[in-house]
Design a binder for this molecule. Structure first.
Ligand SMILES: Nc1nc2c(ncn2[C@@H]2O[C@H](COP(=O)(O)OP(=O)(O)O)[C@@H](O)[C@H]2O)c(=O)[nH]1
Ligand SMILES: [Mg+2]
Length: 300
């Protein structure tokens, strides 16, 4: 399957919800705009942003003399994708090691996404090390070890309950010693309190920086698309605490809420760099706004 068809399949629920709400409107009147706004809200674009987008569209329609629902829908897609930037993870990783810290609440898909990213980088011929800085549960360490084996990566871990920053330190030292291209660090999504978690993550960042001033090169927050608008809250909390370089939106397969990728980028100016469209090794893609918007909206 091509990347676009996989994306299209992933976003099919969002798309069919959107087109079924808007598609019934053949007349080009107030009702059309109301349906459109409802559809955007249902797809999780967010209340405020949805009404802003529809207002912008009305204005554009007036200026350009657009006269039917199909043309208006195409214009909407153009507007949305031009407002989003393409920001990819770099293909080359000087200076070594390129350190990626992956953060996010429990169950969003951090460890799985790390496996997928590692797979992609290995395919491009990079040497990759995975560091198990989620020391909260033994299961989490084991899960990452399995991904390291599957993808042919080096693996660094300590025992369950050990200091996460110390694992990060060990891993970065090992990556330097082996001249590894990329080090990806997994982290916990839940500790006894949220304050504990943010302190732990902050400590990991400080320990990495002190050891290797150019690192961490990326701090990526993983967001589960099915979470709904609470995702925005997560972006705010992690971004305020750590200063994110990018977002990864997972579980876009089988959710009707693909709009979350749009509302997050608009609100926080933190780019979506990768999207997850399934549980398999290959189910990770770059975020390309035009393809994303096309797959999400389809044709009316
Ligand atoms: N459908 C789907 N499931 C995913 C995706 N990414 C992760 N998952 C699943 O989400 C669950 C939690 O993933 P995990 O990586 O353990 O999350 P973590 O707690 O953030 O490390 C697992 O069952 C994964 O297979 C995705 O893109 N699509
Ligand atoms: Mg995990």
């Amino acid at each position: 399957m091509s990347l676009f068809s996989r994306l299209k399949e992933g976003l099919s629920k969002t798309r069919s919800q959107l087109t079924s709400i808007v598609g019934g409107e053949s007349r080009f009147d107030e009702q059309f705009f109301e349906s459109l706004e409802d559809a955007l809200i249902a797809a999780d674009v967010g209340m405020e942003l949805s009404s802003e987008i529809v207002d912008d569209l009305r204005e554009r329609i007036r200026e350009d003399g657009i006269r039917d629902t199909h043309e208006a829908y195409e214009e909407l897609k153009r507007m949305l994708s031009s407002g989003l930037n393409v920001v990819k993870l770099p293909e080359d990783f000087p200076p070594k090691p390129w350190v990626i810290l992956v953060v996010g609440v429990n169950g969003v898909g951090k460890t799985t996404t790390i496996g997928k990213m590692a797979n992609e980088m290995r395919r491009k011929g990079k040497t990759v090390m995975l560091g198990a800085a989620d020391t909260f549960r033994a299961g989490a360490i084991e899960q990452l070890r399995i991904w390291a084996e599957r993808t042919g990566c080096d693996f660094v871990a300590q025992q369950e309950g050990s200091d996460a920053a110390s694992v990060a330190f060990d891993a970065i030292e090992a990556a330097k010693a082996r001249n590894t291209d990329v080090l990806i660090l997994d982290t916990a999504g839940r500790l006894h309190t949220k304050v504990n978690l943010m302190n732990e993550l902050d400590k990991i960042v400080r320990v990495i920086k002190r050891n290797t001033p150019h690192a961490p090169n990326e701090i990526l927050l993983v967001i589960d698309a099915t979470t709904g608008q609470n995702a925005l809250r997560q972006v705010k909390v992690f971004n305020d605490a750590l200063g994110l370089t990018g977002l990864i939106v997972t579980k876009l397969d089988g959710t009707a809420k693909g709009g979350v990728a749009i509302s997050m980028t608009r609100q926080f100016k933190v780019p979506v760099k990768k999207i997850g469209v399934g549980e398999g090794l290959e189910d990770l893609q770059d975020f390309d706004p035009r393809s994303y918007v096309d797959a999400m909206f389809g044709d009316l």
